[in-house]
Design a binder for this molecule. Sequence first.
Ligand code: A2P
Length: 316
Amino acid sequence: MKKLKFKNGDTLDAIGLGTWKSEKGKVTEAVKIALKNGYKHIDCAAVYGNEAEVGEGLSEVFKEGDVKRKDVWVTSKLWNNAHKKKDVIPALKKTLKDLQLDYLDLYLIHWPVAFKPEVDGFPESADEYLSLEEAPLSETWNEMVKAKEQGLVRHIGVSNFSIPKLKELMAETNDTPEMNQVELHPYLQQNKLLEFCSKNGINVTAYSPLGSGDRPDEIKANDEPSLLENPAIMKIAKKHGASPGQILIKWSEQRGTAVIPKSTNEGRIKDNLKSAGYTLDEEDMKEIAGLDYNFRYVTGKFFELEGNSYQNIFDD
Ligand code: A2P
């Protein structure tokens, strides 16, 4: 499997286990299955509401002793209600407590969007937001830097940042995020963003690599295209004796990004890691390149309320 490299020499296994939408009652077991079957990369976030259950899985496996904490990469993300200076490190400490860890490998600003601190979950009205003037991303970033200096996290980065937002953050802080985690799959190939990140030494992680068909209905369109049933993906899968999911995962890995398919199903957790074992040839890559049409499953529209300052979150 490919590994992503960081400036200090650390490396990250490209394929990780995603935990967004993983049910509390299933995720502990999913994490255990993943770690016992060779995953070394687990992706989490406070807002997924299941970090305590992920932490149970991590702790049980580490206690058994075959897998060591130092050999596993754990990512988590700062939720939008904790962007104010005083809130960043406490939010991180809560995540560490839930995950039963004393450091994270990577901590990301989850969205370039800020809520008032008292907002639990998702705001229902525009006045529950803070504008980026009220909660500048550079201020949040400076706290992330402090968290790193304090040894609470090894690496820091962002998620859902467009090129303009990355440029602005970099200009304001004179610093560069180590990771940008974004939606990335054959319908949303993000070539310009990948090029920008590559030029600036920013690693990229692909979320929703399988199209996140298990998203809640409120953030799903009725007529969404299926990635797993795309005829070209199905044809390439058949050619390699792989499943469509494995082809989608392999495609991201082969392009040099990290990729975090979510599964709580034992067979699929194992199969997804095995995606690394296939190789897509030039013809496959060319055919998949032709599927791009800038389609987002996670549109960010849920943050764009009338009267708040967040419109066109992805600047596209
Ligand atoms: P399950 O958890 O039952 O395996 P994404 O990673 O894009 O968010 O997609 C997650 C969805 O894809 C979940 O519904 C998950 O279901 C399903 N899934 C995970 N791995 C595969 C696979 N290899 N083939 C088909 N569906 C998969």
